[in-house]
Design a protein around this ligand. Structure first.
Ligand code: RIB
Length: 341
């Protein structure tokens, strides 16, 4: 059996993180606690989570993980922070392009220590947009990766047009790889239903799930369009109308909801956490850990409905990893290895 293959196509950012006892009001200057510069980006964080999830023991990696993305050429932060963290987590960086005309993407993050480590993020795309604007060029980078019976993971920090083009390719029944899509952030114009159709896994938090209902808006009953829909009401909309096989909705401290088109559904509670210090990358950790469990299953060649027997275990494990992440500061650096949890 070929080893599980995971290819993450997405963003790489330098995170400028300010920790503060509270967020300043408009026009107010506040003395904060500390500043950290660290490796991040939803794509790169998820690639690191996949890599670290595949190390059940320190010296053996169970899946091949590759990152496709773009950074600014000669960026010292890429050389000193992003690349070593990715490679040290078992992620191939061969598919990361260095753009001479752009800067590496960045995120300005405010972590509110007074609100349980809750964050606010301002994302500047830089090379994540300029280097990822051509679908054919991105697909050409994936050529050397054996994605037949593999998993592709995507988020919303590369251009929408590229995302739609890649979804068309990976969701085509002729393509044997499985797409895991995490619409974070959700594109303002949304994702049209035909592009979403055939997605193997749609993983969202509660806010993203509500925003994503615009994809299925034409099928909402008037009472559903105005109501606050619960996860168990949202998921069937994506199964029935968007032909999504697995819907995952993370609920923060309440855990996660899972649902499959073949009828398995439930809530997996979150794992115990002593103290939340920084929630950054908790969602990415969840997605990466789930993606790795799913990739291992996909590599067996079994029919998708057989994953129903494994989904709850995969979601519980992803919750445990996310609980590990929120107890450490930073994005990528806070993601646990599988042998630590
Ligand atoms: O999900 C967390 C990530 O979102 C951060 O690392 C930051 O780069 C932003 O993109």
């Amino acid at each position: 059996m070929a080893p599980p293959q995971i290819c993450v196509i997405g963003s790489l950012n330098i995170d400028f993180v300010t920790y503060t006892p509270r967020c300043p009001d408009a026009g107010e200057t506040l003395t904060a606690s500390s500043l950290a510069i660290s490796a991040g980006g939803k794509g790169a964080n998820q690639a690191v989570a996949c890599g670290r999830a595949s190390f059940a023991a320190r010296d053996s990696q169970e899946a091949a993980v590759s990152m496709i993305g773009a950074v600014g050429a000669g960026d010292p932060y890429y050389a000193a922070l992003l690349r070593p963290t990715l490679e040290g987590s078992g992620v191939s960086t061969k598919g990361i392009q260095e753009k001479t005309d752009s800067q590496t993407g960045s995120a300005t993050i405010i972590v509110d220590e007074g609100a349980g480590g809750e964050n606010r993020i301002l994302f500047v795309p830089g090379a994540n947009y300029t280097g990822m604007d051509k679908v054919d060029a991105v697909l050409a980078t994936t050529q050397d990766i054996h994605l037949d019976q593999g998993v592709v993971v995507m988020q919303g920090e590369i251009p929408r047009a590229t995302t739609l083009g890649l979804m068309k390719h990976f969701n085509d029944p002729a393509c044997r790889s499985h797409l895991i899509f995490n619409p974070a952030p959700v594109f303002t114009e949304g994702i049209p239903l035909p592009a979403l159709a055939g997605t193997s896994v749609l993983a969202m938090n509660e806010t993203e799930a509500v925003l994503m209902t615009q994809s299925v808006a034409e099928y909402l009953r008037p009472d559903q369009a105005t109501a606050e829909l619960k996860p168990e009401e949202l998921a069937p909309l994506f199964h029935q109308h968007a032909k999504v096989h697995i819907v995952l909705i993370t609920l923060g401290a309440k855990g996660a909801y899972f649902s499959t088109a073949t009828g398995k559904q439930g809530f997996a509670p979150s794992a115990a956490v002593e103290k939340v210090v920084d929630t950054t990358a908790a969602g990415d950790t969840f997605v990466g850990y789930f993606a790795t469990a799913f990739a291992k299953f996909v590599a067996t060649g079994a029919a998708l409905e057989e994953f129903d027997a494994q989904i709850e275990t995969a979601v519980r494990r992803a919750n445990v990893a996310a609980a590990g992440c929120v107890q450490r500061k930073g994005a990528m650096q806070s993601i646990p290895f599988a042998y630590e949890i």
